[in-house]
Design a protein around this ligand. Structure first.
Ligand code: 1PR
Length: 524
C-alpha cells in the first residue's frame, strides 16, 4: 500500500495510474492522521510553490508531513514537492518551505525557453537504489520554471543541464525527490518508480554518466477527435481542416487504441483535440473524458487535451467556468489543456481595453494549475498583402509570393475550427497569451494542415522569435526530413503531426531513427 499526498491542486491521476500499473494499491491522504499512519509516502506537487505551502498549512498537513519526513520512512517527492523540502522559493518569498534541506528555490536565469519542458538527461552524483536497471542514458520528462539550489552537495542525487547545471533530484536516507516526473517518463520513469516501490536497499550507479545533458526535441502525435455521424468518437484528420470525405467524417481509428500505439512507438507526448468542442460542450461530452481516463491508464508520457475550454451556460441557465472544464480534464488524466477559440476572443478583448481582467480562462487555469499546464492552440491562415504596412498586424516578408505576386503576408487567427477569421494575428496572439500566463504555444497552420508539404517555417520563426515560451510546430509534416527541417531551420522545441502517423506513411520510430545523430531526441 502506497500513501499518496494529494493536496488537490493538480493531476495526481497519472501518478496513481503509474503506481497501480506497477501492481501497488494507493490510499489517498485525507487528514494528517493518514500521513502519520503511512509506511511509504508519495507526494506529487504541481503548480505554484506558494499555493502548495499554503494548502499544506491550511489543511493541517504541514506538521504531519514534517514528522513523516523526520521519521526516516520511505518518501518520494515529485516536482514542486522536491522544492517544498527546501527553505524558501523565489516563486513565493512570503511562504516558507518545509526547511528540511538547507537551500532555496530559484527561477531559471538562462536565455532558453522557460518553462523547461520536455525530456532531458540525468548525471548521477551518487549511487542509489533507484538506478537499478537504468543505463544512465535515459531521458526523463521535466516541466518547471524553478529549480532547487541546495546549500551543500551531500544530498544531490542527480544534476541536469539547461542553460547551466541544476539539481534535478535529491536523496537523503530513505527520502528521494525528483524535479522530473517519473510517472510521465515512459519506461525509464516506471522503472525508477518500480525501484522505489520495491524498497531495494542496495545502491548502484548507472553504467553511463553523460558529460552534459541536452533537452530533446519532442515528437508529438496529435489525435483530432470528434463524433462521426453515427455518434461514435473517432480519430479524424482533415485537409486544411475539412474532415469530411464524400460527405462522411473521415474515420482513422479509435482514440484510446491509437494513443496506446503511439506511446509504444515512442511518441514523446500525445495531444487530443476535441475538434467540435466549440459547439459541443465538453462536460456534456462524457465519452471524451472517458477516452482520457482510459488512455492515461496505459500511456505514461504527457497528455494534452484541447477543445471547448471556455465559460459556458447551458439551456437551463447552468453556468460552468472554463476552470471547471479544465479541472475535469485534469481529473480525467490530462497534464496540460489547450485553449483555441477562447484565447483569440480573450486577446481581442485585451487589445481593445488595454488590460487583462485576471478572469480569463488562460489566467485562471494558469493560476491554479501553473503556466506549464496551459497550451494555446493557434489556427492561423495566411493572408497576402502588398506591403509591410498594409494592415495593422504583424506582417512578414515571405519567400512564397501570393497569387498576385504579393511578397508580404500576415497570419490571421481563426476560431471554431477555422470557420471564422478574426482581426488578430498569430504573432500578437502568442505574445499576449504569454503575458497572460500561457506556458506553451501549439502552432497550427490551416494552409499547411494535411498537405504533407512540410511545416510553415516562416510562421514558426515569426512566432518563436516573439515569445520566450516553447513553441510546438504543427501542420504539414509529410516525411522524416520535414522534422529535421523544422528543428534545424527554426527554434521550435517540438513538432507535432497527425496524418502521416495515422495513415502509417511514416511511423514515429522512423522519424526518430532518421533524426538520431542529427538532432537531440529521446532514445526509444
Ligand atoms: O477552439 O478551444 O474549442 O479548440 C478546438 C481545437 O480543435 C483547436 O486546437 C483546433 O486546432 C482544433 N480543430 C478544430 N477543427 C479542426 C479541424 O481539423 N477541422 N483540428 C481542428 C486542427 C490541427 C492539428 C493537426 C495538425 C497536424 N488540427 O492539430 O493535427 O495540423 O496535421 P498534419 O500533420 O496531418 O498536417 P477550441
Amino acid at each position: 500500500m502506497i500513501t499518496l499526498l494529494d493536496y488537490g491542486a493538480g493531476n495526481v491521476r497519472s501518478v496513481i495510474n503509474a503506481i497501480e500499473r506497477l501492481g501497488e494499491t494507493v490510499s489517498l491522504v485525507n487528514s494528517g492522521a493518514d500521513i502519520d499512519r503511512a509506511e511509504r509516502l508519495v507526494f506529487p506537487g504541481v503548480g505554484n510553490f506558494g499555493a502548495l505551502m499554503h494548502t499544506l498549512r491550511d489543511k493541517g498537513l504541514r506538521e504531519p508531513l514534517l514528522r513523516y519526513l523526520r521519521s526516516g520512512k520511505p518518501f518520494f517527492g515529485i516536482c514542486v514537492a522536491l522544492q517544498a523540502l527546501f527553505e524558501s522559493s523565489e516563486e513565493a518569498p512570503e511562504e516558507p518551505g518545509l526547511g528540511l534541506l538547507p537551500g532555496r528555490v530559484q527561477r531559471f536565469t538562462c536565455d532558453l525557453a522557460i518553462p523547461h519542458i520536455g525530456w532531458n538527461g540525468l548525471k548521477a552524483r551518487q549511487a542509489s537504489p533507484l538506478f537499478h536497471g537504468l543505463t544512465g542514458n535515459e531521458k526523463f520528462y521535466f516541466v518547471h520554471s524553478y529549480h532547487v539550489v541546495p546549500t551543500g552537495n551531500d544530498d544531490i542525487l542527480t544534476t541536469t543541464d539547461y542553460g547551466y547545471e541544476f539539481v534535478s533530484a535529491i536523496q537523503k536516507g530513505a527520502m528521494v525527490a525528483t524535479q522530473f516526473h517519473p510517472e510521465k517518463s515512459g519506461r525509464a520513469g516506471l522503472k525508477l518508480l518500480e525501484n522505489f516501490l520495491a524498497g531495494t536497499r542496495e545502491a548502484v550507479r548507472p553504467a553511463a554518466c553523460p558529460q552534459t545533458t541536452t533537452l530533446a526535441k519532442r515528437i508529438i502525435a496529435c489525435l483530432d477527435v470528434r463524433a462521426n455521424d453515427r455518434g461514435d468518437l473517432v480519430v479524424t484528420k482533415g485537409d486544411q481542416y475539412d474532415v469530411r470525405e464524400e460527405g462522411a467524417v473521415r474515420n482513422l481509428g479509435k482514440p484510446v487504441e491509437l494513443a496506446g500505439d503511439y506511446y509504444e512507438q515512442g511518441a514523446d507526448e500525445i495531444t487530443f483535440l476535441n475538434i467540435t468542442g466549440f459547439r459541443d460542450f465538453p462536460l456534456q461530452d462524457m465519452p471524451m473524458l472517458a477516452v482520457l481516463e482510459q488512455t492515461s491508464k496505459n500511456v505514461f508520457v504527457p497528455l494534452t487535451i484541447g477543445g471547448g475550454i471556455r465559460d459556458f451556460t447551458d439551456r437551463d441557465g447552468r453556468f460552468s467556468s472554463s476552470l471547471e472544464v479544465a479541472s475535469q480534464y485534469f481529473r480525467s488524466g490530462a497534464d496540460k489543456v489547450s485553449i483555441g477559440s477562447d484565447a483569440v476572443l480573450i486577446v481581442e478583448e485585451v487589445l481593445k481595453t488595454g488590460r487583462a481582467t485576471g478572469l480569463s480562462s488562460i489566467e485562471q487555469i494558469a493560476r491554479v494549475y501553473g503556466n506549464q499546464a496551459v497550451v494555446i492552440s493557434i489556427d492561423p491562415r495566411r493572408v497576402y498583402v502588398t506591403g509591410p504596412d498594409a494592415v495593422p498586424h504583424a506582417v512578414i516578408e515571405t519567400r512564397f509570393p501570393g497569387p498576385n505576386g504579393e511578397r508580404y503576408c500576415w497570419y490571421q487567427c481563426t476560431i471554431k475550427g477555422g470557420r471564422e477569421g478574426r482581426p488578430v494575428d498569430a504573432v500578437t496572439l502568442a505574445k499576449v497569451c504569454e503575458q497572460l500566463g500561457a506556458g506553451e504555444i501549439l502552432l497550427n497552420c490551416i494552409d499547411k494542415d494535411g498537405t504533407n508539404s512540410g511545416f510553415d517555417l516562416e510562421l514558426i520563426n515569426a512566432v518563436r522569435s516573439a515569445v520566450t515560451i516553447p513553441v510546438i510546430a504543427s501542420s504539414g509534416a509529410g516525411s522524416a526530413q520535414h522534422f529535421l527541417e523544422v528543428f534545424t531551420e527554426t527554434r521550435a522545441e517540438a513538432a507535432l503531426a497527425a496524418g502521416i502517423f495515422h495513415r502509417k506513411e511514416v511511423p514515429i520510430g522512423e522519424v526518430k531513427e532518421y533524426l538520431r545523430d542529427k538532432v537531440e531526441i529521446r532514445p526509444l
